[in-house]
Design a protein around this ligand. Structure first.
Ligand code: UT7
Length: 332
C-alpha cells in the first residue's frame, strides 16, 4: 500500500490595510529609505492598528479564507495549529481564539512557538497527524502582530518587522505529493542574541522591566545574520541532497523573509537562481512565522502540480530548518 502523505490543498494569506512606509519611518527615527532598502530590501510593512485587535484576528481571516477557497465547512476541521510569538495573551493559546472566531467547533488547537521557524515546525507537526491516517483536515497558520513588541524609537529593529500571516489546509493523499521531508534544528544557546527579555517567568512584567524597555525585541543583528546565512543554506542543501534534488530540480526556494541579503546569500549557497526564489520582503518586511505562507499565497497562481519547493527558515531560539514540499495541485 502506498504511503499516506500530507498535501497542501489550499493556501491563504492576510495582511492589515495600514502601510508603514520607509518614508514614514524617516520621520520617526534617524534612518533613510536608502539605508533600509540597501541593508534589508524592505520598502514597506503592514501594521494592525485597530485597538483591541490581535494576532487571532489575523489568524481568523486566514482560516476563513482557507475554508472559503477549499469549500470546507468550519466543523470539518479537526485540528488547528497556530505558529506565533505574538500571542493574544500569555494564555489561552491564540489557536483556541482563532478556532472560536472562525467557528471551528470540532477542532482542538494549540500554539507552537518557534519564532521565525514556527511555520515550518508547525507544518511538520501537522503533517505527522495526517500521516497517521487519523486526521483528514488540519489547518496550520503562521500569524503575527510583531508591532506589539517593536520599539518604534529603535531604528535597528523598527524598520524590519511587520504584521500579517498565512496558512494552509492539509489533507491526506496517496499520491507522491505533499510534505516530503524536513530537517528541523534548535540551538537554545542562541537565545542571548534574539529575544524578549521581560514578561516571562524569568523576569515577570514590572515597572522596572517596562522602564528598561524589556518588553520589546532585543536583537544583535550581525550575530543573527551570520548564523542565519550559514544554517539556512546548510539545512536546505542537506534536504535537497537527501532527496536527490539538484538546484535545477528545485522550482522554488521559499525563504523566510528576514533580510534580502540573507535570502540572496542562502540562494547562492544552494546554487539557486534569483528567478527561482519567492521574495516579497519589500512589501511586508519580516512577519516572523507569517513570511513563508504569505510568499506561497502570493505565488499560488504560478505553482503547478509536481513543483518542488524548498521552504527554509532561521530565527529566534535559535531555531531553523528546511522542508521539502511537492506541490499537490494546479492553479485553480
Ligand atoms: O527573523 C529573525 C532573524 N533575524 C534576522 O535574520 C536578522 C539578521 N540581521 C539583519 O538582518 C541585519 O543585521 C540588520 C538589518 C538587523 C542590521 O543590518 P547590518 O548591516 O547588520 O547593520 P549593523 O547592525 O551592523 O549596523 C551598521 C550601522 C550602525 O551604525 P555605526 O555603528 O556603524 O555607526 C547602526 O547604528 O548602521 C546603523 N543602523 C542604521 N542606520 C540607519 C542600524 N539601523 C539603522 C537604520 N538606519 N534603520
Amino acid at each position: 500500500m502506498s504511503q499516506t502523505r500530507a498535501a497542501i490543498t489550499a493556501i491563504h494569506g492576510w495582511v492589515p490595510e495600514y502601510v508603514l512606509t520607509n518614508k514614514e519611518l524617516e520621520k520617526m527615527v534617524d534612518t533613510t529609505d536608502e539605508w533600509i532598502m540597501t541593508r534589508t530590501g524592505i520598502k514597506e510593512r503592514r501594521i494592525l492598528r485597530e485597538p483591541g485587535k490581535g494576532t487571532s484576528d489575523i489568524g481568523a481571516e486566514v482560516v476563513k479564507g482557507l475554508l472559503e477557497k477549499s469549500n470546507t465547512k468550519p466543523e470539518e476541521i479537526e485540528l488547528l495549529i497556530c505558529a506565533t510569538v505574538t500571542p493574544d495573551y500569555a494564555f489561552p493559546a491564540t489557536a483556541n481564539i482563532i478556532s472560536d472566531k472562525a467557528g471551528l467547533v470540532n477542532a482542538w488547537s494549540y500554539d507552537i512557538n518557534a519564532a521565525c521557524s514556527g511555520f515550518l515546525y508547525s507544518l511538520e507537526t501537522a503533517s505527522r497527524f495526517i500521516e497517521t491516517g487519523d486526521y483528514k483536515k488540519v489547518i496550520v497558520v503562521g500569524a503575527e502582530k510583531m508591532s506589539m513588541m517593536v520599539d518604534y524609537t529603535d531604528r535597528a529593529t523598527c524598520v524590519i518587522f511587520g504584521d500579517g500571516g498565512g496558512g494552509v489546509l492539509l489533507e491526506p493523499t496517496q499520491e507522491n505529493y505533499g510534505i516530503m521531508d524536513s530537517i528541523l534544528k534548535t540551538d537554545g544557546s542562541g537565545r542571548i542574541h534574539l529575544f524578549q527579555k521581560g514578561g516571562g517567568s524569568v523576569k515577570p512584567a514590572s515597572f522596572e522591566t517596562v522602564a528598561a524597555k524589556e518588553h520589546f525585541i532585543y536583537q544583535e543583528g550581525q550575530q543573527v545574520f551570520k548564523f542565519a546565512v550559514t544554517n539556512m543554506a546548510r539545512v536546505s542543501v542537506d534536504v535537497m541532497k537527501r532527496n536527490g534534488l539538484s538546484s535545477e530540480d528545485v522550482n522554488w526556494l521559499v525563504p523566510h523573509q528576514a533580510n534580502l541579503r540573507i535570502i540572496e546569500a542562502t540562494a547562492r549557497r544552494m546554487g539557486i537562481r534569483k528567478d527561482q526564489v519567492m521574495i516579497n520582503i519589500e512589501k511586508y518586511g519580516n512577519t516572523t512565522s507569517g513570511t513563508i505562507p504569505l510568499c506561497i499565497w502570493e505565488w499560488e497562481d504560478q505553482l503547478k502540480k509536481g513543483d518542488n519547493l524548498i521552504l527554509s527558515a532561521f530565527g529566534g531560539g535559535f531555531t531553523w530548518g528546511a522542508v521539502y514540499v511537492k506541490w499537490a495541485y494546479d492553479p485553480r
